[in-house]
Design a protein around this ligand. Structure first.
Ligand code: TMP
Length: 204
């Protein structure tokens, strides 16, 4: 039986630049001899990508949003993440349940306890082995999102107060679980961040 793989997640407020670093993390893991699977949430399967398109565009209440995030996650975990980890791959996932705790929980007021119970039902016993949390200020986020010139989704259009609640929600989680989280100051130079990530990855 192959050795169990790992689950590595990337998290952070919108515009923190986590997608920019996904490639360098993948390359570093690959260079260390791991088979790497890159995926994202919401998304990663045919059903979950359909739910993603819906949830990023359709206005809805926070509870519906939470349940749809977990519906997408259930399909994704069963079809992609769990089998890949069982087969020994390292799964690099752009967002996971920490995003639900930050956005729907801290950001929109859905009870943390409910989110934790849903997480226990959807991915029992599965927690990321490492979570890179890309953190930046509202100003940096707005500037990056503006410079990217893309159409903003429902979450990216939210106001400063929402952004600050989400940011704080993430940072509180990182403080509670320092052994799992690595907080990355996303306002630093790209090369500096890459170097910082490489050192952390080599310790995994
Ligand atoms: P992305 O742009 O980083 O791919 O993420 C899509 C958006 O979905 C992002 O604004 C955060 C949001 N999101 C949630 O609100 N809850 C979740 O559980 C996940 C996975 C993402």
């Amino acid at each position: 039986m192959p050795q169990r793989g790992r689950l590595i997640t990337l998290e952070g407020v919108d515009g923190a630049g986590k997608s920019t670093h996904l490639d360098s993390i993948r390359e570093r893991l690959h260079a260390r001899g791991h088979r790497v699977i890159v995926t994202r949430e919401p998304g990663g399967t045919e059903l979950a990508e359909k739910l993603r398109a819906l949830v990023l565009s359709q206005p809805m209440d926070a509870l519906s949003e939470t349940l749809l995030m977990f519906a997408a996650r259930a399909d994704h975990v069963q079809r992609v993440i769990a089998p890949a980890i069982a087969a020994g791959a390292w799964v690099l996932c752009d967002r996971f349940t920490d995003a639900t705790l930050a956005y729907q929980g801290a950001g929109k007021g859905v009870a943390q306890d409910l989110i934790e119970r849903l997480a226990e039902a959807v991915h029992p016993g599965l927690q990321p082995d490492r979570t890179f949390l890309f953190d930046c200020s509202y100003e940096v986020s707005k500037q990056r999102l503006g410079a990217a010139g893309k159409q903003l989704d429902r979450f990216e259009r939210e106001d400063r107060e929402f952004f600050e609640r989400v940011r704080k929600g993430y940072l509180v989680q990182a403080v509670k679980q320092p052994q799992r989280f690595t907080v990355v100051d996303a306002s630093r130079e790209l090369a500096e961040i890459r170097q910082f990530l490489a050192v952390d990855i080599d310790r995994l």
